[in-house]
Every structure is written in C-alpha cells, then in structure tokens.
Design a protein. Structure first.
Length: 169
C-alpha cells in the first residue's frame, strides 16, 4: 500500500504543476488578448475618424476616385455608399403580433406558445476571471467545516491557493 501512495504523490505533483503552468499561460494570453483588443479598438476608432475626413474631402471636391501608389499600386480609393436592411428585434415583432391579435386571445396564446417552443437553452461552460472578495487569511485558516457543509467561495479560494502554493489553508 505504501508503494501505491508513493506512486500517486508524483502524479498529483505533476497534475498540480501542469495546472499551474496551464493557468499561468491562460492568464498571460488573457492579458495579451485584452491588450490587443484595446489596440484594435483604438485603430478602428482612428480609421472611422480618418474615413469621415477622407469622405468629406472627396465629396467637397467632387472627387470620384483616387489612384493609389506604392504597396497599393493598381488600386483606387473611392466613396462607396451601400444600404443595409436591419431586421427588427424579436421583441418588436412580438409587440406587433400582440397588438394585431389583441382581440383574438386564443390565437395569440397559440402563436406565443409555438414561438416559445422554438427557443433553445444552450449551456456554455468556461473559466472566468473575476474580482475576488477580500478575505483575511486568519479567518479562512481557522474555519472548520461541519460535515456535509458546502464550503464558501472564500474557503474554496483559500484552499485552492494553498494547494497551488503548497501551503496550509
């Protein structure tokens, strides 16, 4: 039996080390993603402002196209207008249906029930980084849970930190 416990300890250590390494990489990528998203937003905002300026100049001077040079050789810049049709929100559609069928409650109820039956609930599970509640280490360290009592978020957090850092909770 002592051989079994000796064999499981390194496996647990490897799993904890793997978890730590994965967590560290995840947090690094999370930070990089936030930085890149912020930079992308800044560039999009700047492009919108530059687009407005370019369009104003082209329209003011009645210019239909500008031949580009350099890396853009063979391409042209020109004003472009398109029309997009935006569909109404589902709530707006339901409001119209309710208003039109107010005098036919049975039909309205049937349509509402059928629409509700088409709804799908999808469960998405992923890790989330959020602000932790402040907990003093002494308050958590002195907690002894009653049998079958579910640990609090603070207790779970302290225990997982202790496990990761190799200290006692």
């Amino acid at each position: 039996m002592s051989d079994e416990s000796a064999n499981t300890q390194p496996t647990e250590e490897m799993n904890i080390e793997f978890f730590k390494m994965t967590l560290k990489e995840y947090l690094k990528l999370d930070e990089e993603t936030k930085t890149l998203a912020k930079a992308l937003k800044q560039r999009r905002d700047k492009m919108i402002a530059l687009n407005t300026t370019l369009l104003a100049f082209l329209n003011k001077n009645d210019i239909n196209q500008v031949q580009l040079e350099g890396a853009y050789q063979g391409q042209e810049l020109k004003p472009d207008k398109t029309q997009k049709v935006k569909s109404p929100a589902a709530g707006t559609i339901l409001d119209v249906i309710r208003a039109k069928l107010a005098d036919k409650p049975e039909l309205l109820e049937e349509i509402t029930r059928e629409i509700d039956s088409l709804k799908e609930t999808v469960e998405v599970e992923k890790v989330k980084i959020s602000k932790a509640k402040k907990v003093t280490p002494t308050a958590v360290a002195g907690v002894i849970r009653k049998k079958n009592k579910k640990p609090t978020l603070a207790e779970e957090s302290a225990e997982s930190n202790a496990l990761l850092l190799g200290t006692d909770a």
